[in-house]
Design a protein around this ligand. Structure first.
Ligand code: SF4
Ligand code: SF4
Length: 328
């Protein structure tokens, strides 16, 4: 309330002395209210700072604490992609045609079942672009054969969804596979895809926010390998989170699992060592895997995680090494 409003309230009081007293009283209350509001604002700022610091600390402790079970595993059934995204963190725009052999895949899934007794919450079937693997539907049967109660998500850019035949949709339905496309700013008839999913009773839910335009993130590497592995690991949202399985090797994130495509394309030699993954056939039990995943990997020294940033829009790749360095 400003002084004018207070004057408008007290003007009718006939006795000047009384009118002045009421005005002073209202002004005093008004001052107190303003001070209270300032204190409340400061308390809100302190509360949200404490909450953010707590969440940050909680996230770091969680990464370094062996979990009770694996929340989800990413599995690239095709390394390459039919979309050419800027600075893709699976290096799929650089990758040559390559698939996860389905017999090796089945052995790996069976071994994971044996180790975990089915305690893996979710499998992400992705890539690259998983639908470039024409046997994609068969991988669903393999996962469901062993993991009866886990969720299976197909994460795709959606380009090839309208081209799938009935056997694909029936596999999704029978194996309770959910489709979680990433929506890129490219022309795709999503209404048609939604209709097909609904006809086959298959869940479709976008992996990203379908109403927010997808933005490319610049994945900056430290090609000299001089980053601090501990700082990188605890500050990285992928670490001990986006686990990646390939040919019997389980990685704490997808970068070392896919770095070959980067090495081959740019004639580089970023090394993946035996300490960067756990061989699921050598692990004696589930606990050994969970403990391994909660440790920084030597490979983390090749990331420049604090410099990763959105570039404000989605862009296609020019397949230049500058997309992965801090040079522009
Ligand atoms: S970000 Fe996804 S869609 Fe884009 S190139 Fe990489 S794997 Fe393909
Ligand atoms: S290698 Fe380490 S720092 Fe790099 S993305 Fe993976 S977990 Fe993060």
């Amino acid at each position: 309330m400003d002084r004018k409003t207070i004057d408008n309230i007290v003007w009718w009081i006939p006795l000047k002395k009384l009118r002045n007293s009421v005005r002073e009283y209202l002004l005093e209350i008004n001052n107190l209210n303003n001070k209270l509001e300032q204190i409340n604002n400061k308390v809100n700022i302190i509360e949200s700072t404490i909450y953010n610091n707590y969440m940050d600390l909680y996230g770091k402790i969680k990464k370094l604490t062996p979990q009770g079970y694996i929340d989800f595993i990413d599995i690239d059934i095709a390394r390459h992609c039919n979309l050419n995204c800027y600075s893709c963190n699976h290096f799929s725009q650089l990758a040559k045609e390559e698939y996860y052999d389905i017999e090796i895949f089945e052995n790996d899934i069976k071994r994971l079942y044996g180790l975990s007794n089915g305690l893996i919450k979710k499998f992400h079937i992705l890539g690259g672009e998983p639908l470039l693997n024409i046997n994609c539907k068969d991988y669903f049967y393999v996962v469901r054969k062993y993991f009866k109660y886990s969720s299976i998500w197909l994460i795709t850019n959606g380009i090839l969804l309208p081209k799938q035949d009935e056997s694909f949709w029936l596999s999704c339905k029978k194996n309770n596979v959910e489709i979680h496309p990433t929506k890129y700013p490219i022309k795709i008839d999503w209404d048609n895809i939604k209709r097909i999913c609904s006809n086959y009773n298959v869940v479709l839910s976008f992996f990203n926010n379908e109403h927010v335009l997808k933005e490319s993130v610049k994945t900056i590497l430290n090609l000299d390998g001089t980053s601090n592995v501990f700082d990188n690991f605890i500050n990285c949202y992928l670490a001990n989170n986006c686990l990646n399985l390939h040919n019997g090797k389980l990685f704490s994130c997808g970068l070392p699992a896919n770095i070959n495509a980067f090495n081959n394309h740019f004639s580089m030699n970023i090394k993946v060592t035996e300490q960067d993954y756990i061989d699921i056939y050598k692990a004696k039990d589930y606990n050994e895997i969970l403990q391994f995943l909660a440790k920084p990997m030597p490979f983390c020294r090749y990331c420049d995680i604090t410099k990763w940033h959105g570039i404000g829009k989605w862009e296609t790749s020019k397949r230049n090494i500058e997309e992965y360095t801090n040079n522009n």
